[in-house]
Design a protein. Structure first.
Length: 101
């Protein structure tokens, strides 16, 4: 099955503590059904100091379930993703505007 959400997509969070926040997908884990979105679901992790890096509290974006994310269309609103064939290629399109993604 083709992926509805991919790395680099602009998404909106639909549910959870970060509902309404927007960000870009940095990694997708299809087997787990999760994705990491920058600036969303951020937790603080403590890091030990090493010779190369300073220790301290580091903010880290944790994975969020794909069902809680929706693609953002050209108008900045949440949209569903559809598939269609154009010129012999399968492309994704926004259901709200019909634009190819």
């Amino acid at each position: 099955m083709a992926a509805k959400l991919r790395k680099g997509d602009k998404v909106v969070v639909l549910a959870g503590k970060d509902k309404g926040k927007q960000g870009e997908i940095t990694t997708v884990m299809p087997s787990a059904g999760k994705a990491v979105v920058e600036g969303v679901n951020v937790a603080i992790r403590h890091q030990r100091q090493t010779q190369t890096s300073q220790g301290g509290r580091v903010s880290k974006a944790l994975p969020i379930d794909l069902s809680n994310l929706s693609l953002m269309d050209a108008n900045g609103k949440a949209t569903r993703v559809g598939f269609r064939f154009e010129d012999g290629k399968k492309v994704r399109f926004a259901k709200t505007t019909g634009d190819v993604i």
